[in-house]
Design a protein around this ligand. Structure first.
Ligand code: NAD
Length: 257
């Protein structure tokens, strides 16, 4: 596998939830992590805890992504990039009232796609450009990238057009982008979480609707996943040199009707 000790990593959305768990696990393996997030206070605290660096990044800003990629590559060779920045349930203001008009609000749709899909692609694009100029590691990898999709990519819940479309796009880009990057010995995989206990749901996990959703899952285990359970799969995808172009569900077998 790819040894990441002493190399740099970028985790977008690294201040919270799955991204924060990934940042901690990468740091535990000796990587120097650039925590790239909108949230400065949480991001700086985590960076201090794990001996990393915080970078204020809105993934809809090409310039801010460029600055974070440059900062990471100046620390050490950039081997690992994880796109965990995303918005979903809590920020979703569309469709909760069941009205088609609000469910299909165009500005909301564009915003979710801009962050979850276009932002992810921009990070991949810029990080891969820098990675491609680096010497390969002993395992032959120049670097590896993991994008966070969602089981929503394969599903269709009410009010979720923007979210499912954005995550479907992340799944859809996995194979073609992995093909594009293979000549540079850069691997790309996607991890699709089920229902994970993070702040993304806001009050969601406490709500009746959320409990009903979990209850509808017919498979074991009937509980939320933990950020660490996701992060360990992300780290596996990054460091296992034979993992490429794959989308892996980590969802406890949940299937939503
Ligand atoms: P989270 O809310 O805990 O963390 C997301 C982070 O992204 C936050 O720190 C937030 O500040 C940051 N962020 C949001 N918009 C940003 C932007 N424009 N630029 C930079 N950073 C931004 O959420 P999480 O649950 O850890 O989610 C991580 C990823 O996993 C997301 O892409 C999410 O869609 C996906 N996911 C989560 C679940 C789940 O159940 N929690 C399920 C499926 C997919």
């Amino acid at each position: 596998g790819m040894d990441i000790k002493g190399t740099s990593a970028i985790v977008t959305g690294g201040a919270s939830g799955i991204g924060a768990a990934v940042a901690r696990q990468l740091a535990a393996r000796g990587a120097i992590v650039v925590v790239a997030d909108l949230q400065a206070e949480k991001g700086e605290a985590l960076a201090a805890e794990i001996g990393g660096v915080f970078a204020q990044v809105d993934v809809t800003s090409t310039e801010q992504i460029a600055a974070a990629v440059k900062a990471a590559a100046e620390i050490a060779p950039l081997r690992s990039v994880v796109n965990s920045a995303g918005i979903g349930w809590a920020q979703r203001t569309i469709g909760r009232d069941g009205q088609l008009e609000s469910a299909h609000d165009l500005d909301s749709f564009k915003r979710v796609v801009a962050i979850n899909l276009v932002g992810t692609f921009d990070v991949v694009r810029q990080a891969a450009t820098v990675m491609s100029t680096q010497e390969p590691t002993e395992s032959g990898d120049r670097g590896a990238i993991v994008n966070l999709a969602s089981v929503a990519a394969f599903d269709g819940q009410i009010g979720q057009a923007s979210y499912s479309a954005s995550k479907g796009g992340v799944v859809g880009m996995t194979l073609p982008v992995a093909r594009d990057l293979s000549a540079a010995a850069i691997r790309l995989n996607t991890v699709a979480p089920g229902l994970i206990e993070t702040p993304i749901y806001g009050e969601g996990p406490e709500s009746e609707a959320f409990k009903a959703k979990l209850g509808e899952s017919v498979l074991f285990p009937k509980r939320l996943g933990t950020p660490d359970e996701l992060a360990s799969m992300v780290v596996e995808c990054l460091t296992n040199s034979y993992m490429n172009a794959e989308t892996v569900r980590v969802d406890g077998g949940i299937r939503m009707p």
